[in-house]
Write a protein that binds this ligand. Structure first.
Ligand code: KG4
Ligand code: ZN
Length: 347
C-alpha cells in the first residue's frame, strides 16, 4: 500500500503539522499529501553539563522553543496556519513536563483553527519514519526500534496493526551506550563518540557476556553495562587509568560488539519464526554504522531486505510523528481536545 495515494481535497490528512516534544528535541514538521515539506529539530544541548537529560530544564526549553520551531516549519513549507488541515502530536511515552508543552500547544492550535487533532505514540512515530523514505517496505514487516529510551521489536502486520514481540527488560540499548561511554570518560550523549572510538579498537579484547533470556525475544542490557563497570572497577584507580589510556578503544569495540550481537539475536529468531522478509531498523541507535553494516550483511545472506530511515529521521523528529498521524487520520482516527500526555504508555 502506498502512503502517498491521492488525497481528497477536503481530507484532514492533506496538510498535517507534526509536533514532537517527548524528550530533549523540540521538533515540528509539515506533511502535504504524505510528502515532507518542512522538518525542523531544535536539539537542547544544555543537558550535556549534567551528563543526561534534566526533565525540568527540558520542559522549560520546550516552552521557549515551541513557537519559533513551529513558525520556522510553516515558513519552510511556505504555508500559513490556516492552510493546515490537522495536527499530529506525540502524547507519550516520554517526560511528562516535556510532553505537556507539545500536547497543550497542539490542542490550543487545533481548537483555534477548528481542525482535527491526533495523538501519536512516540514509538509508532519511530516505526512509521520509514514511510518518509522513497522505498518503504510492504506489510507485514519486522521493526526493531533502538533509542535512548526504548528497545522494542514489533511485527507491523498491517497499517496501524502492531504486535510487540520483545522489548528490553531493563536499560534501552542507547542508554547502555551512553552509560558505558560515561565510564570510558566520553561526553553525553556518548553513543556516537563510543562508535568513533570503537572503529579503531579490537572487539575481542574484553570477553563480555551475551544476555540469554531463554526462548524469549526480549532484550537486556544492564548486565552488559555492569560487566564493563566491574571490569574497570576491579582495578585500583591508577591501574584503571593506565588500562583506559592504553585500551579505551578496545573496551569500546568489545562493548559495541556485545550490543550488536544482543540486538541481532532476537531479531533473527523473530524473522525465522514469522517468515517475514522485510526488516526495518529505526531509532537513534540505528545511526550506528557498525550495527547497520552487520545487519545488512545478515539480511543479504538470507535474501531479506533491510530498510533504515536516514539518520535525521532515526533520531527524534516530528516528521515521523506527522507520518504516523497521516496513517491515523486516513484511518479516521481523531483525538479529543481533552487528550492528556502520558509518561508511560504501551504501544
Ligand atoms: O531516538 P533518539 O534520538 O532519542 C530517544 O528517543 O531516545 O536516540 C538517542 C540515543 C542516545 O542514547 C544516543 O547515544 C544513541 O541514540 N545513539 C547512538 C549513535 N547515535 C545515537 N548509539 C550508538 N551509536 C551511534 N552512532
Ligand atoms: Zn525516540
Amino acid at each position: 500500500m502506498s502512503a502517498r495515494s491521492q488525497v481528497p481535497f477536503s481530507a484532514p490528512e492533506r496538510v498535517i503539522l507534526g509536533i514532537e516534544t517527548s524528550c530533549d528535541e523540540t521538533a515540528a514538521a509539515v506533511l502535504v499529501e504524505g510528502q515532507l515539506r518542512a522538518h525542523v529539530v531544535s536539539s537542547q544541548l544544555d543537558h550535556r553539563a549534567y551528563g543526561g537529560v534534566v526533565p525540568e530544564l527540558a520542559s522549560r526549553a520546550h516552552e521557549r522553543r515551541i513557537v519559533p520551531v513551529v513558525q520556522n516549519a510553516l515558513e519552510q513549507a511556505g504555508l500559513a496556519p490556516v492552510d493546515l488541515t490537522a495536527i499530529a502530536v506525540t502524547y507519550g511515552p516520554g517526560l511528562i513536563g516535556s510532553l505537556m508543552v507539545g500536547v497543550n500547544f497542539a490542542k490550543g492550535m487545533a481548537s483555534a483553527l477548528g481542525i482535527p487533532l491526533v495523538g501519536v505514540h512516540h514509538l509508532e512515530g519511530h516505526i512509521y519514519a520509514i514511510f518518509l523514505e522513497p522505498d518503504p517496505p510492504p506489510f507485514p514487516f519486522l521493526c526493531l526500534t533502538v533509542s535512548g529510551g526504548h528497545t522494542v521489536l514489533v511485527r507491523v502486520e498491517a497499517p496501524l496493526r502492531h504486535r510487540v514481540l520483545g522489548q528490553t527488560r531493563d536499560d534501552a540499548a542507547g542508554e547502555a551506550f551512553d552509560k558505558v561511554a560515561k565510564l570510558l570518560g566520553l561526553e553525553y550523549p556518548g553513543g556516537p563518540a563510543l562508535e568513533r572510538l570503537a572503529a579503531r579498537g579490537d572487539r575481542g579484547f574484553v570477553p563480555l557476556p551475551r544476555p540469554r533470556l531463554g526462548g524469549s525475544l526480549d532484550y537486556s542490557f544492564s548486565g552488559l553495562k555492569t560487566s564493563v563497570l566491574y571490569y574497570l572497577k576491579r582495578l585500583p584507580e591508577e591501574e584503571r587509568m593506565r588500562l583506559l589510556e592504553a585500551h579505551r578503544a578496545d573496551i569500546a569495540a568489545s562493548f559495541q560488539e556485545a550490543v550488536i550481537a544482543a540486538l541481532l539475536d532476537p531479531l533473527l529468531r523473530a524473522a525465522e519464526q514469522t517468515g517475514d522478509r522485510h526488516i526495518v531498523l529505526s531509532g537513534g541507535v540505528a545511526a550506528n554504522q557498525a550495527l547497520r553494516r552487520r545487519l545488512e550483511a545478515v539480511c543479504a545472506e538470507r535474501g531479506w531486505s533491510l530498510h533504515v530511515p536516514r539518520p535525521s529521521f532515526c533520531t527524534d523528529n516530528a516528521a515521523m510523528i506527522a507520518m504516523a498521524g497521516y496513517f491515523r487520520l486516513r484511518a479516521g482516527h481523531r483525538s479529543p481536545l481533552s487528550l492528556a500526555p502520558q509518561a508511560t504508555v504501551s504501544l
